[in-house]
Design a protein around this ligand. Structure first.
Ligand code: WTA
Length: 649
């Protein structure tokens, strides 16, 4: 780990909303008297009925988390209506197409009309407050209209990443019993079409077999491709939105009314529906967006995430729009039509704040400096990173080459569950250390514990917990509160356990070391080993599978699969290919296995538990350090695993 320290840049300090004194003062206040602190900052959004209660949270027993609970508000009102007087003609969304000649600017006035029309379409087709709407969309403005339209009428959206397969989409539709889907004919990424409507049709058939009947599919015409069409069920977006009124009164929502569900992977079982609610989430997303990115009026802000992930929710749509910002939405990929694309878009739209993922930085770094150097990037003021630990080499390249040492990097640590950023530098306040997410945001109390739950003080390495609630925290697992308690609050009683390992250094800086559970982080995408395993064993030839991660230069982690075949079958390269294709079909391309090793046996304890520690070591080609294997039922399997390892260095 790098020991380098970069002091706060004078240029960043000069204009910053928060300097180090302010950070220290506010942080202290936020911990000493959270009621008072959040009562003040809760007012940053507009309330139809002001809250009188601020914090009512417990991590004990049944775990109940409520913020601003008697307040009444509406998210779309806060993201649109309240800005209209001052910013009606200001650009809310800059859309940059996959094709570099396609772009669009949407003002707050236009956003208002689009969202109201869509909200009226939803209402016309019977969508009511509390109903779940699934959004399966490419990165086009209609994706944000769809999210905001749901919030306007109090429907709960569940956005499913456009890269997920029909099976994965179906599972998510079924889990939250969603009967209305918004999609597009196709998506367009890197010049290649993605058959979203066809996938949706397949997913709906699968969902029907699980007794969830989708009543309507609203389809945006993006490419004009021919797709299947179910008359009566399928509706064209452009037709429906024309035949309704351009205004729609925002629903009065209680602070704790559900806002959205977002499915995310855990160490076991199917993806969980992370539920976020209205008031606290919006306050937290907006406040972190403003201070972490030091957002000033008029700044052009670009987060390269997809709206299918939490980063897209909080930092493309809700945080920025609640702050009346101009947010850029990019349909494409970093290397199309060339590896200069990110930097060209920055120049084209004069982007001031740029927020991306280490996996993209590493990929672009491997293309060398020329594709960057030929662009200006002089508009840039702040750089951000999210999704996985950023290695110091990538950090340095981002800082030196992309930012030319003029822009601080905010390495923001958070999770789908946290709703917003929890550990991060603030540009005008925090000295930077490459690879460290640095210090907690206001109101956030990190704690490190060892495997037995003993609290570690001072400089230490342990498991990262958070000891008290913050407004953006998830409230439950949709439909399964027991799973919520078991997953997050029972490993270390009374604490929120993040699943991440972390080191705290002598300056109190936090260094996230990666997941300590069976969750993989592949190119910043979160994936459960159990999900990949269950996809593998659903193949006819597979009797058993165990999946682990291993360090991968570009992806952060690669997916390494140990597969035991049915008796009598032989592992061939053709079968390997078939298994890769099968996992892609079951989950989606992001889950493509990198390595498949055919294993006649897996290392198990006498009670039948797979010893993943051993599998991880072999996948890392580090089998000299296997540790104690004496508890294995059949120690000989290890020799075979080592002999046939797929990752020889
Ligand atoms: C990892 C994404 C190190 C971490 C917002 C976490 C990070 C998981 C960072 C959540 C970071 C995210 N440094 N690790 N700056 N940001 N992670 O739910 O392991 O998709 O638990 O949320 O990503 O992934 P999720």
């Amino acid at each position: 780990m790098s020991e380098k320290v970069y002091p706060v840049l004078a240029s960043a300090k000069k204009s910053a909303l928060i300097d180090d004194d302010t950070y220290q003062n506010w942080y202290k206040q936020s911990i000493k008297d959270p009621e008072k602190f959040w009562a003040k900052h809760g007012k940053r959004i507009d309330w139809f009925k002001p809250f009188t209660k601020v914090k009512n949270t417990s991590f004990q027993g049944k775990v109940a988390i409520k913020w601003f609970e008697d307040g009444v508000t509406n998210v779309s009102y806060n993201c649109i209506d309240r800005h209209l007087k001052k910013r009606g003609d200001q650009v809310a969304i800059i859309w940059e197409g996959d094709n570099p000649y396609l772009d669009k600017k949407i003002t707050y006035n236009e956003l208002y009309e689009q969202v109201c029309r869509l909200a009226n379409v939803l209402k016309k087709h019977g969508v009511k407050k509390g109903d779940r709407v699934t959004i399966y969309m490419p990165m086009i403005p209609e994706a944000s209209y769809a999210m905001l339209a749901c919030t306007r009428i109090g429907a709960v959206h569940s956005v499913v990443f456009g890269g997920f397969s029909p099976d994965a989409l179906a599972g998510r539709i079924v889990d939250c019993e969603s009967t209305f889907v918004i999609t597009a004919d196709e998506g367009m990424r890197g010049g290649k079409p993605i058959p979203l409507k066809d996938n949706t049709d397949k997913a709906i058939d699968i969902a029907a077999r699980h007794h969830v009947r989708v009543k309507n599919v609203l389809v945006v015409r993006r490419t004009g491709a021919k797709t299947g069409w179910a008359p009566g069920r399928d509706l064209w977006y452009h037709e429906e939105t024309q035949s309704v009124k351009p205004e729609c009164k925002p629903e009065r929502m209680k602070a704790e009314d559900p806002l959205f569900i977002l499915y995310t992977s855990g160490s076991t079982g199917k993806p969980k529906g992370v539920l976020h609610t209205t008031g606290g989430y919006l306050v937290y997303a907006a406040m972190t967006h403003q201070y972490v990115f030091d957002y000033h009026d008029g700044d052009i802000y670009w987060c390269t995430a997809d709206v299918g992930w939490v980063t897209g929710h909080s930092y493309i749509v809700y945080g920025p729009l609640a702050n009346g910002a101009t947010t850029l939405m990019f349909e494409g990929v970093p290397n199309y039509p060339s590896v200069s694309r990110f930097w060209e878009v920055i120049d084209k739209h004069k982007v001031n704040i740029f927020y991306t993922a280490p996996t993209a930085i590493r990929a672009l770094m491997s293309a060398g400096n020329d594709p960057v150097a030929k662009t200006s990037r002089k508009s840039l003021r702040i750089l951000g990173s999210v999704g996985e630990p950023i290695n110091p080499e990538a950090w340095e390249w981002y800082y030196q080459v992309v930012g030319e040492k003029r822009s601080p990097i905010v390495d923001t640590w958070w999770q789908t569950e946290t709703g917003g950023i929890l550990i991060t530098p603030l540009p005008g306040a925090t000295a930077l250390k490459p690879g460290s997410a640095t210090r907690p945001f206001f109101g956030v109390q990190p704690q490190l514990v060892d495997n037995e739950g003993n609290v570690l003080e001072g400089a230490a390495d342990g498991n990262l917990c958070i000891t008290d609630s913050w407004p953006g925290q998830m409230r439950t697992v949709y439909g399964d509160h027991k799973r919520f308690i078991e997953t997050y609050f029972s490993t270390y009683k009374g604490k929120y356990f993040t699943g991440d390992g972390c080191r705290r250094d002598k300056d109190g800086y936090y260094w996230i070391t990666g997941r300590v559970d069976d969750v993989l982080n592949v190119s910043g995408h979160r994936m459960g080993t159990a999900e990949v395993e269950s996809a593998l064993v659903s193949h006819d030839t597979v009797s058993e599978a165990a999946v682990v991660g291993y360090p991968h230069d570009l992806k952060g982690q690669g997916i390494y699969c140990y597969v035991t075949l049915m008796a009598g079958l032989e592992g061939t390269d053709a079968l390997r290919k078939d298994l890769v294709a099968h996992v892609r079909k079951e989950i989606g391309p992001i889950a493509s296995p990198d390595k498949i090793q055919f294993a006649p046996g897996l290392p198990k304890t006498r009670s039948g538990k797979i010893m993943r520690r051993i599998l991880r070591k072999i996948a890392e080609d580090d089998f000299g350090a296997l540790g104690d294997t004496s508890t294995l039922a059949d120690p000989a399997v290890v020799d075979d695993l080592i002999a046939n390892r797929q990752n020889k260095k």
